[in-house]
Design a protein around this ligand. Structure first.
Ligand code: ADP
Ligand code: MG
Length: 333
């Protein structure tokens, strides 16, 4: 079981409050992602759950029991860091076994768990190697293996893929998602990468300056961002934000339209000139200037579109995909 509840949790470093009172429940078995820009408090929050950082006030409960004062090793949680922190002189097998040796598990039990973890992570053939003889992705898997054998109530990941190159990151992202499907253990995963958040999470917690801006499923955040911050943070390329007369027509201070919700159309009310056209094959991204609406409007067309720099285009936003925000940046219902 791994239900984690934060109740009015705060954190101050000296005089500086980096987490104002925060409430959050992570359900048992959930894949919960904390996402937000660098410095917003993601790691601090995760480290408080792990017990590596004291909370200043409030409480943390794990499966109903107050864990606020419980030392990290007794919380039944396993943390996986960005730096793998493997022992270079030990084999993969010994690295994975390490926490079990510390806990004094029997040799048979250790062997059973190592075998299961190695199988789950495709490491069976590498158990006798040393970390130096493995690729970055394999090392990350060993670090995860060392967490799995502890059979934790929850896994805590702090930007575990940031050190990997782009292709490997996509692969590991899928592996971690599959691992969650198989183990069904609670996972809390910290990242600044909204694509990781969108692709992996059951539940996303968007943080800014220690505040929760919104909690929801990936598609809830995509379809109904609660404010301009979430609207701009979730989705790639970013949502276009338009102020002035055009927004006033919709009874809003700002309207937002995602690039994929603007079509090129002869009867389009918006006109501009293509600055850059990015041809990806699968999609074409147009960066359009001179519309009088925003400095640049980004438009995403599916597939190959024969449009080049300097072309004039007419654009039509999809009427049912216009997000409206008030003067304080809050979504208008
Ligand atoms: P994130 O992981 O989202 O990038 P952090 O949780 O690391 O953010 O940091 C949140 C804020 O807390 C930052 O402003 C950071 O400078 C501050 N902070 C983190 N750790 C400490 C510390 N040990 N002492 C003082 N300030 C800290
Ligand atoms: Mg961090």
């Amino acid at each position: 079981m791994g239900k984690i509840t934060l109740d009015k949790v705060t954190k101050s470093f000296g005089e500086v409050e980096v987490i104002p009172p925060l409430n959050l429940t992570i359900e048992d078995g959930e894949f919960c992602v904390f996402v937000g820009p660098s410095g917003c408090g993601k790691s601090t929050l995760l480290r408080m759950i792990a017990g590596l950082e004291d909370i200043t006030s409030g409480s943390i409960r794990i499966d109903g029991a107050d864990a606020s004062k419980v030392p990290p090793a007794k919380r039944g949680l396993a943390m996986v860091f960005q730096s793998y922190a493997l022992y270079p002189h030990m084999s993969v097998r010994k690295n994975i076994a390490f926490p079990m040796r510390m806990a004094g598990l029997s040799q048979e039990e250790q062997a059973r768990r190592i075998e299961a973890a190695a199988k789950a992570l495709n490491l069976t053939d590498y158990l006798d190697r040393r970390p130096g003889q493995l690729s970055g992705g394999q090392r990350q898997r060993v670090a995860i293996g060392r967490a799995i054998v502890r059979e934790p109530a929850a896994f805590l990941f702090d930007e575990p893929l940031s050190n990997l190159d782009a292709a490997l990151r996509v692969g590991m992202r899928l592996e971690i998602s599959e691992l969650h499907e198989r183990l069904k253990t609670t996972m809390i995963y910290v990242t600044h990468d909204q694509v990781e958040a969108m692709t992996m999470a059951d539940k996303i917690v968007v943080l800014r300056a220690g505040h929760i801006e919104q909690v929801g499923t990936p598609l809830e955040l995509y379809h109904s961002p609660r404010n301009l911050f979430v609207a701009g943070f979730i989705g790639s390329p970013k949502m276009n934000l338009i102020e002035g007369d055009e927004a006033a027509k919709h009874d809003a201070h700002t309207i937002g339209v995602r690039p994929e919700h603007i079509d090129m159309s002869e009867d389009g009310p918006w006109q501009g000139v293509v600055g850059v056209a990015e041809h990806l094959g699968s999609d074409t991204f147009l960066h359009v200037h001179g519309t009088g609406l925003a400095e640049t409007l980004t438009v995403r067309a599916t597939g190959e579109v024969a449009v080049r720099h300097g072309d004039e285009v007419k654009l039509k936003p999809r009427a049912d995909q216009i997000h409206r925000f008030d003067t304080s940046g809050l979504r208008v219902a």
